[in-house]
Write a protein that binds this ligand. Structure first.
Ligand code: TYD
Ligand code: MG
Length: 460
């Protein structure tokens, strides 16, 4: 701790720094978010060492001289997990796995750790949240057995790095990054300075030793990681757990990936023996679909490279208060308002005095425009109190003029609907392609141009 180091005040929301305490952050507008942190000036030697370990030794190289490196991917032994990672773990990559408490982060990583310990060599699982005994009792349920898995109950960053250097593990897991603190900082574990420093040091270790490192990150109530943006750009890959704790299934989504496609999705089910991959998510998401109930529509969504059928539920009921309530679960609230306005203006549906609730069944989150048609159909179905025929699936973007616009990857969606036994698929006219008709088999493709046409098609 250098005596000359002046305290700085750091916003715990966005990482903005100030020389004195401020009540409101001038950058992100958060109130009461400044905390005093004492930074250490990196000495010259330490700084150069940092970059040397990153493998470039500080000398610029000609583009043509840099060899193309194929990232040999390491399998986690869990197919769905490999898929979100873009085909497996890249050696030397730093991966952040975020999610709410109790959603299954530790479980998934312990399962992956056990598998990888068996296939690629020793794994270091460092936990600041649970004792070795707690981890072991969980491991017994997951069938870790005699895999060369090293447990370390430690929160001190320097100790964790020492163990990395000593064990030379093939994989490191740090659960969670918010519990880790560096001796070089005086601020509390979990503060933005500590989290950033720990993640940065672990990044250098990952690159320097060419070992993949997984970080567990807690998500705050507002839905962001504590010290969020600061971490997201340090790591190579950011994965988030989605879903609800009361449901048994879990979705892991890639929101950033330097080594693969984003928005790739892995679907799991929480069982008494840990997380199990779900090979056919459409089946899972449609499992509890009510029969012939108004307000339910099946949507062909696309998550990353994978089509998934989900059920959209809508409930329209007369508002008993002055202002109508509009609630969206799993879709964007703004999008819902927009679609309601389009329905009102372009299809003549009167929704002004009604409460409208829209929910994506199973706790999924859908944010692509192709879901518009499903949302619109579910709302109209509930308003008219008429069920959409059971074996009809749909997709399409809705424009402000009430037109149904073409979307990407229509063939993939059609194929999934046909595979799941749907007999009719409502889709944008612009996406109708003779090849798809052949591929769809007994699924009848109905091209539509406006939401009015779609509602006629559904309700006659
Ligand atoms: P956990 O991985 O501890 O969550 P996180 O690390 O994200 O906080 O998951 C804990 C939950 O999972 C807990 O509610 C119990 C449940 N669980 C099972 O249902 N089956 C299992 O085999 C295990 C290990 C946990
Ligand atoms: Mg945990």
């Amino acid at each position: 701790m250098g005596k000359s180091a002046r305290p700085v005040f750091v916003c715990q929301e966005c990482g903005s720094q100030a020389a004195k305490w401020l009540g409101k952050c001038p950058d992100c507008g958060a109130w009461n978010s400044f905390v005093e942190e004492r930074p250490v000036e990196a000495s010259g030697a330490a700084a150069s060492h940092r970059y040397a370990t990153a493998g470039t030794a500080g000398v610029a190289r000609l583009y043509a001289d840099v060899e193309v490196r194929q990232h040999a991917r390491l399998s986690t032994g869990i197919g769905e997990f490999d898929r979100v990672l873009g085909g497996g773990v890249v050696p030397g990559s730093l991966v952040l796995l975020g999610g709410e408490p109790g959603i299954g982060k530790s479980t998934l990583l312990l399962q992956a750790a056990a598998n990888m310990a068996r296939t690629i060599g020793p794994v270091l699982y460092s936990s600041g949240e649970e004792s070795e005994h707690q981890i072991k009792s969980r491991g017994e349920r997951l069938g870790v057995g005699d895999a060369p898995l090293y447990l370390l109950a430690e929160t001190c960053l320097e100790r964790i790095l020492e163990e990395c250097a000593r064990l030379k593990p093939a994989l490191v897991i740090v659960d969670s990054i918010q519990t880790v603190f560096s001796l070089k900082f005086q601020s509390a574990p979990g503060s933005i300075g500590q989290v950033r420093e720990a993640a940065t040091q672990l990044l250098f270790t990952a690159k320097g030793q060419n070992v993949p490192i997984f970080l567990v990150g807690h998500v705050t109530k507002e839905g962001s990681l504590a010290g969020p943006k600061a971490l997201e750009h340090v790591v190579d890959t950011v994965l988030y757990f989605e879903g609800e704790r009361h449901h048994s299934h879990r979705v892991v989504r890639a929101v950033k990936n330097r080594f693969g496609a984003v928005s790739e999705l892995g679907v799991f089910e929480m069982t008494s023996g840990g997380l199990r991959a779900v090979p056919n998510p459409s089946q899972l998401f449609l499992a509890e679909r009510p029969v012939n109930a108004p307000g339910s529509a099946v949507l062909c969504a696309l998550e990353g490279s994978r089509p998934i059928l989900v059920e959209i539920q809508a409930l329209v009921s007369t508002s008993s208060y002055g202002t109508a309530r509009r609630m969206a679960n799993g879709i964007d609230q703004q999008r819902l308002s927009l679609l309601l306005a389009v329905l009102e203006k372009r299809a003549g549906l009167h929704l002004g005095g009604d409460d409208v609730f829209v929910n994506v069944a199973g706790g999924m989150t859908i944010d692509e425009p192709a879901s518009d048609l499903g949302i619109v159909a579910a709302i109209a179905s509930s308003l008219r109190n008429r069920a959409i025929p059971q074996m009809v699936a749909m997709f399409g973007e809705v424009g402000l003029a009430g037109e149904v616009r073409g979307i990407t990857q229509a063939s993939l969606r059609i194929r999934e609907a046909a595979q799941m036994g749907f007999t009719r698929c409502l889709m944008p006219g612009a996406n109708i392609d003779p090849n798809d008709r052949a591929g769809a088999g007994s699924c009848d493709l109905v091209g539509i141009r406006t939401i009015g046409e779609a509602l006629d098609e559904l309700f006659g």
